[in-house]
Ligand binder design. Sequence first.
Ligand SMILES: [Zn+2]
Length: 355
Amino acid sequence: MTTVIQNVRVFDSAGLSEPREVIFGDVLIADAATEAGVVIDAAGATLLPGLIDAHVHTVLGRVDLQNLAQWGVTTGLDMAAWPLEFVNAMRHEADVAQIFSATVPAVGPGGNHAKMPGFPADGVVTTPAEARSFVERRVADGADWIKIVTEAAPPAGMDQPTVNAIVQAAHEHGLLVVAHSITTGAFRVAIEAGVDVSTHAPLDAVLDDELVARMREMAMVSVPTLTMMEGTAQLFAARGLRYENARDSVVKFYEAGIRILTGTDANSAPGAPFGPKHGESLHHEFELLVQAGLTPVEVLTGATSLSADTFNLKDRGAVMPGKRADLVLVDGDPTTDITVTRNIRGVWIAGERVR
Ligand SMILES: [Zn+2]
């Protein structure tokens, strides 16, 4: 069935269009050659590409994906999930947010992640030889990218040659590498290894200028997950972790011209120290990024075309003929007031309206 949205301003990285008509079936189409099934007058509203949360976890399965969709998040980039049967089932859930997944992440032998109940032994990597076989297994699993957890030093974290070997092997397979780093030492390991995307932001100190300059030179992309850093800092303030360190690092990234994507670390894992809520938390992340100095247009670009480009999702991220009809309609103008993204009037996934 074809849907026509009339009198709507359309968001892209340049801002908002004049009011116009947008027509779609399961993909966006150029003109109304086919008869319209549904016509919606959207005067005063803004149409955005479906939002992308560039850091989620889907522990509870379909209910997490439903919550994402209700809040306009039509794509979730899952940064660690197992077992593979669960991941593959999640990939095929219909009428909810679509996920892409790292599957099992690589962690060092003695860190917090390796001690998580149920963490697969398969993800513990201690030598460069194990690094290569780890990447081979993820390729066999159909992982969409490789996720690693960097920590400052062994024995908790993987040593530098092991991290380097993972990055090299992933790149030989044409896969991006995303590194979880929450301390300056962990950032240094990730930068030395040449990872493509860094997720989280340091809570122990503001990242120093030298490391920020190197991130810029290597075109590393940041998914700072300020929502998660805010929640974690509140829980662990007694250990000297401060949200302001994460926020001020993001200010530096922004001033250096490092590309910033929107991710939350949304998770519903029972027992996780802090669990941003699927969907709703992305709108909070938008607000935190605006507070760190990004413009609303830059934040929304990070949630749409920039995330799609970074993760090579060619079928989405823009309201353009030929792209998937993953769409969010909000009342008002989110380019002047970012909180408007919460005023959701409609969400479509591959042209089907989410109920
Ligand atoms: Zn995470």
